[in-house]
Design a protein around this ligand. Structure first.
Ligand SMILES: [Zn+2]
Length: 270
């Protein structure tokens, strides 16, 4: 059984208030006893759902995901590595009992499809073992219902690459930092692209929870051609829907990227 626990804006705002001015101020996601939540897999595979982000092709969304992963993969003092595996029609947020862990990027474009606060631009849900902090699943939702995303630096839309780079930081166990220039800062605004590039604070954080000294034996990501949007990987759920359970019960934790107050507005076509 998954025990959902949602922490939205309050978490980010509290961290900002407490940590302002600190030189190295990254914040890690931790279990209740303070253990950082981390991956033990040598390769974190991320899929994207081909449901289109308005005005962008599925391939453009995949390219933005790959660029976001590249930013984190390039950090030399951390072993963490992620790979974009292509398209899936799977759209489950949280750890599914079947087919098991699948990390996805999902766009919530349809009316009433965004189930979180409308000030939230994007949100990552982490599932981890509360006993040792091992992450088993991470899913990124984009609020396409209330916001537009772009890849060309448009001043009327949130930059998809920057947004995904931020959310991938959550996937890798980073929480919001009080450092306003860092990718992991909780607030963003339309047209902002400077945080496509990691700040020293982001890098220090990643190397704190996934240092080279803890690299797993399972190795890095194997190169693979991404599964195309025209033929997405679509697991068929078995008739027996009662499978599941076993092992530990993961906690779910949601981490949100917020729109700046002054940028809050509904940007809808038509
Ligand atoms: Zn965030």
């Amino acid at each position: 059984m998954t025990l959902p626990r949602t922490i939205l804006g309050l978490l980010a705002l509290t961290a900002t208030a407490l940590g302002a001015g600190a030189a190295s101020a990254y914040v890690l996601v931790t279990t209740d006893d303070g253990t950082p939540v981390t991956w033990s897999l040598g390769c974190v595979e991320v899929w994207t759902n081909p449901a289109v982000v308005e005005e962008l092709t599925p391939e453009e969304v995949l390219a933005a995901l790959e660029l976001g992963l590249d930013a984190w993969n390039a950090v030399g003092c951390s072993w963490i590595e992620g790979a974009a595996r292509g398209f899936t029609c799977f759209d489950h947020v949280g750890l599914a009992s079947w087919p098991g862990p699948q990390n996805e990027v999902l766009s919530r474009d349809e009316p009433e499809s965004w189930r979180h606060a409308d000030r939230v631009v994007a949100l990552t849900s982490l599932s981890y073992d509360p006993r040792d902090g091992e992450i088993s699943d991470a899913d990124i939702e984009l609020n396409g219902e209330d916001y537009r995303f772009a890849i060309d630096g448009s001043l009327n839309a949130y930059d998809l690459q920057q947004t995904l780079t931020h959310e991938l930081g959550h996937v890798f166990g980073l929480n919001h930092t009080p450092v306003a220039s860092a990718t992991m800062y909780a607030l963003s605004y339309p047209g902002e692209i400077s945080k496509r590039t990691l700040a020293p604070d982001d890098i220090t954080g990643l190397c704190a929870n996934h240092p080279l000294s803890t690299a797993p034996d399972s190795g890095a990501c194997e190169p693979a051609e991404p599964v195309p949007a025209a033929e997405p990987w679509c697991p068929k759920r078995p008739d027996d829907d009662c499978a599941g359970g076993g092992g530990g019960a993961p906690w779910g934790l949601a981490l949100a990227l917020l729109a700046l107050w002054r940028a809050r507005r509904r940007l809808r076509w038509g």
